[in-house]
Design a protein. Structure first.
Length: 241
């Protein structure tokens, strides 16, 4: 899996690319999408993507797992292994992860209706986290579901499942996402819009996918699969598949 020839290699190039892409994010639902998929048996396909690293060996493994939204059953899955595309810089993690993620998504034979990322969308200092970046590059509908609030503020949501509170930028007061309680009494996850999705829809999608655990099933499956792919690559010395 080669890194794209024009992929940014310096922090300055990456920051410039974020500034270029940020205005292209559509932080709202597509017309008709919400009503088209709220009924049971819609057959909507939701992909989860995640990555695992071995920095010592300069390896990254990405996984894309496609689930049926209604049953949460795995429909298809794919992995990609390659070289790490960018150094570790907070706020620029998408540049490390996206080449492998794009390759894993491309290996799926069906196109997901929505992609859920283990990370941020608009809940990002420059409003272009991995979920938004991925959405703009692919045109896919994306949602970010993160385990931590990054640099943003929130109050604890109420204890019952489905409760939420705003995730806000302390510098501007802007709502960039929501802290969402997916399990009663369990710490929340942090949901933000990626691309072509409104915040209410992003929260509803997250709750639909997190019926039994704190994290969405998409993330749980993709996390497990990318770790297995990395372990296989470490064992065999493979750098691509």
């Amino acid at each position: 899996m080669p890194i794209p020839a024009d992929w940014p290699t310096t922090e300055a190039e990456a920051l410039a690319e974020q500034e270029r892409l940020r205005p292209l994010v559509q932080a709202h639902d597509d017309p008709g999408h919400v009503h088209a998929h709220v009924h049971a048996g819609s057959g909507e396909l939701i992909a989860g993507v995640d990555v695992a690293y071995d920095d010592d060996r300069d390896l990254v493994a990405a996984a894309a797992v496609l689930l049926d939204r209604d049953t949460l059953e795995v429909v298809e899955q794919a992995t990609a292994v390659g070289r790490i595309a960018f150094p570790y810089v907070p706020g620029l993690l998408a540049f490390r992860e996206l080449p492998a993620v794009l390759d894993a998504l491309a290996a799926l034979t069906r196109t997901p209706d929505t992609v859920v990322c283990d990370g941020y969308g608009l809940a990002h200092p420059r409003r272009l986290g991995l979920a938004s970046h991925l959405g703009v590059l692919t045109g896919l509908r994306t949602v970010g579901v993160a385990k931590t609030p990054f640099t943003f503020d929130h109050r604890e949501p109420d204890a019952p499942r489905g409760s939420w509170s705003p995730l806000t930028d302390p510098a501007t007061g802007e709502e960039v996402g929501r802290a969402v309680r997916t399990r009663a009494g369990v710490k929340p996850v942090f949901v933000s819009v990626g691309h072509r999705t409104g915040l209410d829809t992003a929260v509803r999608t997250t709750l639909d996918l997190a019926r039994h655990y704190r994290l969405p099933e998409t993330t749980r499956h993709a996390d497990s699969l990318c770790r297995r792919a990395l372990a296989d690559a470490q064992r065999t010395g493979t750098s691509a598949n």
